[in-house]
Design a protein. Structure first.
Length: 392
């Protein structure tokens, strides 16, 4: 009987996964996703065969990211295993098609966490432009699940629980869970959940202010679930082992605010702005050389993106006002207008008050959006340049 119990225990340790998830409110959760961590451990090994993929480069120094560094050392004995050579071949196909791993991350968060099999809900996210990649992503997921079992990834994640839990706590202290229902109320739209995933295993090249955030869409029976995948954003000095760390690479309030407020805000704006793409393209002349110059450092390179970024930042500011957090609203104005040079926000703030004061006529942001599009259309290049001069 003791022998059977021991076997069951060993099998449980080998195949169980250590899921770390904290519920900050009824809708907002922060978690470590086993699929994502497994993927990045495998990608790091696959890159030894591929040379590079996104921010992952063969032979580069990742000692500033403890899980990346020590995870690579831990799993390196499997670098030439058949499962890794197969994964590298699949990743090469994905790289050739997308030049990015974002579609893979989007697919993986829509799957049950390893070692479980199948979709998280009914159906997988499908790219209509590359239907053939669905088969590749499904095959990659099966291979990653095999790697998870073969290399005992779950054991590694479980044994390093203090590091993963420490990363969660660093981020959670800077997330304002109350801002999510305030966003819903201001936009007049609700989502079933909001999922934030930390990926300590995601490679980011060394350098200050280097980090990555990606917003996948989880498809659920209750509707789309906005999500955010966050890499570490702090460069840490190398220590002797993972148990020695007291900082975990995620203690950056500015980045956390940006990725959990601004990027989630895109979930409310982007889907409804798409129907105005033709009109905004016609208004491209409003993206004057002066406006383009001050926005270029912030990766805003055309009028369409300019409008989206202004509206998302507008929503951040007005949500803070609606919460009567005027200090935060002023901080956001300073950041977005003076720092990030979204110089049309002052005019949009005046215009948006008609929406806020008449929610009976305008029950949601979508119903008022035509007024904002019309207002922007009415602007002249000279008015735009005046705003640039005023706030530059």
């Amino acid at each position: 009987m003791k022998k059977i119990t021991l076997v069951i225990f060993l099998l449980s340790a080998q195949y169980s996964f250590a899921q770390y998830k904290d519920q900050l409110s009824t809708k907002v959760s922060v978690a470590i996703n086993t699929n994502l961590e497994t993927y990045f451990f495998a990608e790091k090994l696959a890159v030894e065969h591929m040379n590079d993929f996104v921010f992952d480069h063969r032979g580069w120094d990742y000692t500033h990211q403890p899980i990346v560094h020590y995870g690579f050392l831990h799993f390196y004995p499997y670098v030439n295993a058949p499962v890794i050579t197969k994964i590298s071949a699949l990743l090469q196909q994905i790289k050739n098609t997308y030049h990015d791993n974002s579609p893979t991350l989007n697919y993986l968060v829509n799957q049950k966490e390893f070692p479980s099999r199948g979709s998280l809900f009914d159906g997988d996210p499908i790219d209509p432009d590359h239907l053939e990649m669905r088969i590749v992503l499904a095959e990659l997921t099966d291979s990653l699940r095999s790697f998870y079992k073969f290399a005992n990834v779950g054991v590694f994640i479980k044994e390093n629980a203090p590091f993963y839990q420490g990363a969660l706590k660093e981020v959670e202290k800077d997330i304002d869970a109350s801002s999510f229902p305030a966003l819903e109320k201001w936009y007049g739209k609700t989502y079933p959940q909001y999922c934030i995933y930390l990926t300590p295993g995601m490679p980011i090249t060394k350098g200050e202010d280097n980090y990555r955030g990606f917003g996948p869409r989880i498809i659920s029976p209750k509707g789309v679930i906005p999500a955010m995948i966050m890499s570490s954003d702090q460069m840490l000095p190398l220590k002797s082992d993972l148990s020695s760390y007291t900082s975990f690479g995620f203690d950056n309030a500015g980045v956390t605010h940006f990725l959990t407020k601004h990027e989630i805000g895109h979930s409310f704006v982007n889907p409804i702005i798409e129907r105005y793409a033709i009109q905004l393209k016609k208004d491209s002349g409003l993206f004057t050389p002066a406006l383009k110059q001050i926005l270029a450092p912030h990766y805003i390179n055309d009028w369409y993106v300019c409008v989206i970024e202004h509206l998302v930042r507008l929503g951040e500011i007005r949500t803070a006002v609606s919460m009567k957090n005027f200090k935060e609203a002023d901080r956001l104005r300073q950041l977005h207008i003076h720092g990030e040079k979204c110089v049309l926000i002052p005019m949009l703030e005046i215009k948006i008050r008609a929406y806020e004061l008449d929610r009976k006529r305008y029950p949601n942001f979508e119903s008022y959006l035509p007024e904002l599009i019309s207002f922007l259309h009415s602007l002249s290049p000279s008015t735009i340049n005046e705003q640039v001069k005023k706030f530059n």
